[in-house]
Design a protein around this ligand. Structure first.
Ligand code: AMP
Ligand code: ZN
Length: 480
């Protein structure tokens, strides 16, 4: 059986470049934990090893840039852990079976639906969209997980976990599947703070043969006479796994009965992650299954969540079609804290494109003599360690670049966390002819004297010689 591939073909910076700071006498990394509803100091369960599981894509269609926001947040987390010297085992699943169109226990399998839409097999659909997803990740400079795992490569593990739940008395069978009985545990819904009233059999939930509204399918049986492309013989019938069991089975397999961090978008809190917890804690008998649960907020278009089902989504190709650097989108995301909603607009993205260009230019032109001030590193890390506050870290970066308190090495070191490929930025070597330099000097004097008409005249004269001058906070900037 093919289980996973441990490949690292993405641009992962050499580990020697990461500074191990765990012994530094400074504040610890604090992360917001959805489980405890507060920011907490992070320390791994096992020495310097961190187990990280991030719910991956359902590969029936392209990822949209909202999905990609979640993966960028997880990448900042991964890079931050790595920067602090932790050895991270990062597991990401590929959902290629069992995720139904209503995100619950009814509806069609998204993969089979995708296959019908495109006249391909479900396996071909899965291969194609997995490949596309990996390309999006690469474009956004997201580090590749240590372990990729596909749901269909782990059917025996999922069947085994369902069997354990059956053996421990947590299940019942209906005509369409094996269900988890949420009344067999006293803390169901703790992650999402689901209240009792939410748990009552209500009108909103299509109960079918379910005993309780939050009961969910562990394993689904084929409908009578149905022939699915993805089906397995188990529990005496043909069928397929429920959506949540893959994550609890594979995370347990690769990271153990207890591990450090599990992430996803906030929509996963009330159902998918709540059900993963119910399954894993009931099957493994260890609580809490995961120490830190972390969730990224939505990317919105207008006031709506960006979603494939809403038809209001853009994907990476939509940006590439406009010749937009994917890293400008990454920079756009980093300007907002991952736990805040972010509204996408082309105007805001334009601002980020210009911002990243300017940042790169500042880094490229860091004067050779600029000293790196260790206090700046402290300030930058203080922001990152405060629950990955990238907007604040970027603000420190900007201010101190302008103050010449950051040298090139420090800029590249910060970028180990930001992932904007600043190490690729080359020093600009514009040959400025003496004649142009003389005009620039004259213009500088004119501007000091607030002689704007003379300043404009000189700019026009410089333009006739093939150079453009821009006035920035740091003075005149010249481009050919
Ligand atoms: P899916 O492929 O639908 O399972 O979603 C992949 C990831 O994207 C999950 O972690 C979702 O929580 C997340 N997600 C879905 N929609 C959005 C959105 N509009 N903004 C941010 N993350 C999202
Ligand atoms: Zn999951």
């Amino acid at each position: 059986m093919k289980q996973c591939n441990n490949v690292s073909s993405f641009t992962e910076p050499p580990s020697a470049l990461y500074t191990v700071l765990t012994n530094q006498n400074d504040i610890m990394l604090h992360l917001y934990n959805t489980r405890t509803k507060q920011k907490e100091p992070f320390s791994p369960l096992h020495d310097h090893n961190v187990g990280l599981y991030t719910c991956g894509p359902t590969v029936y269609n392209y990822a949209h840039i909202g999905n990609l926001r979640t993966y960028v947040f997880e990448d900042i987390l991964r890079r931050t852990l790595k920067y602090h010297g932790y050895d991270v085992t990062h597991v990401m699943n590929i959902t290629d079976v069992g995720h139904l169109t209503d995100d619950g226990d009814q509806g069609e399998d998204k993969m089979e639906k995708g296959a019908a839409r495109e006249g391909k097999t479900a396996w071909e659909i899965s291969d194609y969209y997995t490949k596309m997803f990996k390309e999006d990740m690469k474009a956004l400079n997201i580090l590749e997980p240590t372990i990729w795992c596909k749901a269909t490569d782990h059917i025996p593990e999922q069947i085994a976990q369902v069997q354990t739940l059956i053996d421990k008395g947590h299940t019942y069978e209906t005509s369409d599947g094996i269900y988890f009985d949420t009344t067999t545990i006293d803390d169901y819904g703790k992650l999402a703070n689901l209240k009792n009233q939410d748990l009552e059999a209500g009108t909103r939930v299509d109960m079918g043969e379910k005993k309780n509204p939050h009961d969910f399918a562990l394993w689904k049986f084929n409908k009578p006479g149905e022939k699915r492309q993805m089906e397995w013989e188990a529990f005496g019938k043909k069928g397929f796994p429920g959506w949540h069991i893959e994550c609890s089975a594979m995370a347990t397999k690769y990271l153990g009965n207890q591990f450090d961090i599990h992430c996803g978008g906030i929509d996963h809190i009330p159902v998918h992650h709540t059900n993963e917890i119910a399954q894993a804690e009931s099957a493994n008998g260890v609580k809490p299954w995961v120490k830190f649960w972390m969730h990224g907020e939505f990317l919105l278009t207008g006031s709506e969540k960006m979603a494939k089902s809403e038809g209001n989504f853009l994907r990476m190709q939509s940006l590439l079609d406009k010749h937009i650097d994917p890293l400008a989108y990454r920079y756009f995301l980093l300007q907002t804290h991952y736990r805040k909603q972010l509204t996408f607009s082309w105007e805001a993205l334009d601002g980020a494109i210009a911002g990243l260009e300017r940042l790169k230019r500042l880094v490229a032109n860091i004067p050779d003599h600029a000293p790196g001030d260790p206090h700046v590193r402290e300030e930058f890390l203080k922001a990152i360690k405060d629950d990955l506050n990238t907007p604040e870290a970027l603000a420190v970066f900007w201010t101190e670049l302008k103050n010449n308190r950051i040298d090139r090495d420090m800029a590249i070191e910060f970028d180990k966390i930001l992932g904007l490929k600043l190490h690729e930025v080359k020093k600009e070597t514009i040959e400025i002819p003496e004649e142009v330099q003389a005009l620039l000097d004259e213009r500088k004097v004119a501007r000091t004297k607030k002689n704007w008409s003379e300043s404009d005249r000189l700019r026009d004269e410089i333009a006739t010689l093939g150079f453009t001058v821009k006035d920035t906070d740091e003075g005149q900037e010249i481009q050919k």
